[in-house]
Design a protein. Sequence first.
Length: 96
Amino acid sequence: MKAYVIYLGDILDEARYQIYKEHVAPNIVAAGGKYLVRGGDIKLLEGELPASRTVILEFPSRQTALAWYQSEEYAEIKKLREGAAQATIYVVDGLD
C-alpha cells in the first residue's frame, strides 16, 4: 500500500531552504519517493492554513517512507533545514 509523507512548513530563511531543497530532491527519488505537491499556490477553502508551504511525497509503502526519513543520508540533509524552516512532517497510509 502506498504511503504519503506530508510536510507543512514555514520558511524562515529562503536562501538556506533553497540549499536544502537542492539536496533533498534527489535523495527522495533515490529512496523510491516522488513529489506529488511541492509548494504551489494555495487557495484556502475553509478554516485556517496550518503553514505557508505544503509538500506531499508518495512512497511505495509506509516502510519505504520511514526508511527514507530515518536514513543516515536524509539525517545529514535534514540538518540543512534546521533553522531555515519550521515544519510538521508525518506519514499517512494511502488506499488500496
